[in-house]
Design a protein around this ligand. Sequence first.
Ligand code: AMP
Length: 394
Amino acid sequence: MRGTLLVLNAGSSSIKFETFAAGPAPVALMGGQVEGIGAVPHLRLRDAAGALLADRGWQDGGAPRDHAEALDAILGALGDLRPAAIGHRVVHGGPDLAAPAAIDDAMMARLEALVPLAPLHQPHNLAGIRACAARFPGVPQLACFDTAFHRTHPWEADTYALPPEFHARGIRRYGFHGLSYEWIARLVAAEDPALAAGRLVVAHLGNGASLCAIRGGRSLDSSMGFTALDGVPMGTRSGQIDPGVLLHLIEAEGMTAAELSRLLYAGAGLKGMSGLSQDVRVLEASADPRAAAALSHFTWRVRREVGALAAAMGGIDALVFTAGIGENSAGIRAAVCEGLGYLGLHLDPARNRDGLPDVSAPGSPARILIRRTDEEAMIALHLTEALAGGPAGA
Ligand code: AMP
């Protein structure tokens, strides 16, 4: 297959994009994003090495007002590209979609029906698909879901302790960050098939954060549940919280659903706790005790989750750190691994400081790895497989 693959990740006020030269192993060409759609839009375009190719605002007027116009701005910056196929990151595939899905009218209707499960993200993902369909009629589009990789969870990991009709109504532990976990699972499988056949805990620690137990290359359980709020604390999200706290805030303090939503999604986590920032770099550089306290709580909860997921698998052969914090913060990795020797996880301080791919101490029974995640490359790989009639296309 020849030509260019376009990968889009449409959020509420941004569209991230990346292009790849199609082929059995797609090669990244350019990428970037339009931010501030609907407010003060700004476009940045970089080549595969990260060099800035375009950087523009629209002070002179003509700024993109919606996703369709932002897409036009992206395509203009890309030199009026006509992609051979387009892949989209879509947050929710519901309980049944366990693989990427080719887009047609029926699939769009199915994905629309899932909007209530992810009201903050799914509508924007679908707006990106619609904008592409209008701009490129006939060009194949593929939806790649954050939930799909987790559809191998056993029922015990998929359910809440509620009467069964709630599960039937879709109140389930879907799990998210699936494209990242799938990328890491494939990366480890390509490097070390014996390790990939074993038990991995992958810690995707970025602005959003979750952990996943992967056994034999398949997701067994994950820290995120019905929404991307569950599990460990995040940049601005609370992570797991006693549901009784929410009842108290509603009943005793009169908080509304909208107020709770703002608190849990945007006013909690590292930013809410520290009162300073959601960025680990800022918190690590700060002398404010609230910064240290927030980081300490974060690593406490991540460490607990490593233990819980290792327990779910009956042990652990490797802990893999990934995403912005996991890939870059030696301090967070060291704090998470403190006291995990009982699981056979021993960190080498010097290797960790240098951020080497394998940061385990010599002789550590279980390995500690750092791997770069690449959700866009995972989507490009899904596109390649779908176009070749491969595994994708459920
Ligand atoms: P992501 O969502 O994967 O792009 O991760 C973004 C987050 O990674 C940022 O908010 C920072 O908290 C964190 N991050 C990025 N670079 C570093 C770094 N060098 N040291 C510590 N944290 C970092």
